[in-house]
Design a protein around this ligand. Sequence first.
Ligand code: SF4
Length: 370
Amino acid sequence: MDQPDDRFSASDVVDFMTCPRKLLLNRDSRHAVIERPARDELAEFVTQQGLDHEQRVREKLAATHPDLTSISGTSAQERVAETLAAMRQGISAIDQGDLWAPPWTGRPDFLVRVDEGESQFGPYHYQPIDAKLATRPRGEAVAQLTFYALLLDQVQGVTPPRIHIALGTGSTESLATDDFSAYVQTAQDRLLAWVAPGPAADAVYPEPVPACRHCDWRPTCDDVRRRDDHVAFVGGAGLAEVAKLRAANVATMAELAALAEDRTAGRTVEGMSRPALQRWARQARLQVRQREDGTAHHEVLPDADRGFRNLPDPTPGTSSCRSRKTRGLPKGPGRTCGDGCPAAMAARSGTTDGRTILRRNGKAFNWSWT
Ligand code: SF4
């Protein structure tokens, strides 16, 4: 990213709000202090899908705004000057315009002219549109667009009252800027105060957050967590469980596993029932044992009426199976579901008979296994 450290983009603000460590890792990779991990195929695929969606939005916009202008300058200065010239000229839609009001810089996907009010360019102003593949507005996208709106306020002398998200569904969601501007402005002020002393990336521990899911830095942060035996690696533990355990000073997988040996010690974790804590502790113990002796261990759950054991008695005949239907397999008596069906796996492991009924969402589906 061609971005000096005295300017901050919408992504920087969103990163600061969702994971400040990411902001610092991005800064360090710009300075070649650390290398950005290679992106995996899924990340590349999602990026390409996003670009394809943006192109569809561009084509749609071009149909209604024949003078749609794409900003093509190669340097940041050229692009900012080009964008300003297009705005002064009153171009009805601007593609990839660069906005700059120190220390903030932004590149909304599109700027559309709205012939209302007065801006410093005349009896019109510009409003930002971003193309997002999501089916509903997400917090990050709203914050990003609000950032552009605040930037536009400085560039054109008036805050656009609306921001727009062109969703993956083909519809466009318009939101009132005022509903979000105070929040984003506060985040911007905090970001400037926070980065001023030049914090090191290591100063922010990679606690798992929702943003980790699609973050390029995940391999780097996972290395740190693995080194520390982070409790996040306990199989099936979600962010909520991890946060509760860490808040109760159960920071590592080994510490959690130790609780499985000590059921009467009275250790509690706020917001987690004792049976749930024991369940996670037993899972952690299995993983710790595997780590120690290299053997995959399992435990038979003590409750007799849990999981597939809770299925009703088999019934004759097979009609349909929701699991099979959703996987595009043919329906009908005697057809084999194939691998991957939880009921099939249960049957093959000997937990149930070959024919059973899978209850899901309160409905019963006959299922046949041969
Ligand atoms: S992987 Fe998670 S903790 Fe690490 S930088 Fe990304 S969002 Fe932050």
